[in-house]
Design a protein around this ligand. Sequence first.
Ligand SMILES: [Zn+2]
Length: 252
Amino acid sequence: MRSFTSSGIILRLKSLGEADRFVTIYTRDRGKITCIAKGLRSIKSRRNPHVELLNLLRFQHWKSAHHYYLTECTTEESFRELKKDLAALSSATFMIEILDRLTEEDQNDESIFNLLENSLSIIEFYPQNHELIREIFLIKLLGHLGHINNFRTCSYCREKLPATLAYFNKKDYALSCESCFKNKQSFLNLDLEIITLENLKLMHFILKTPLTKLLKINTRPHHLQNIQQWGRVFLYKNLSYPLNSEPALSIY
Ligand SMILES: [Zn+2]
């Protein structure tokens, strides 16, 4: 039985029988995996205090033909300040749920782990910025997974969008330049929305700029609203049922 050591952030916990638990972790080196933790719910379990949602764990696991088994673990980072702030905690819970919903198991992608770890670390230090970080996390995750338009080129002719405005086709989630819009007669029956130049620039900037540099930008309240609006449009395109964590976002 060969044992492996990994680090990862806990995305989901689910009871398994009387004493065991499924623990879903986004790891640095293996992508998302779900481990069975035997005896975890017993009071005597040394691992129990470490296995909490959002904790960054250092853990040992081994793999049978069908399952991973978590054996030893310690907490590397528990994001204590973030968890003390209910609004920041609700944002972080939303982030791990969307990551869980949008990714498959056993697909290694260290940049997604880094995006999650960096985003949570920033909220830990600046809990008051949780909404902006949450929405930037969503846009960057969708961009990385190829689920969002780059807000730079026309989806039909692939030309760079002109410095005026663009049209968003709600039917196929495509961005159109003015000339494709005018050339396509079939567009007349479509549900279109205008995207302003400010929004095009904002979304493109978020997608291409590293997270740490984005913190220095001076966002206004309507920027956050716009980022949130476009993030949700492309998120729901990829979800078949609602998120459990979303209602709490509007409570705090
Ligand atoms: Zn075009």
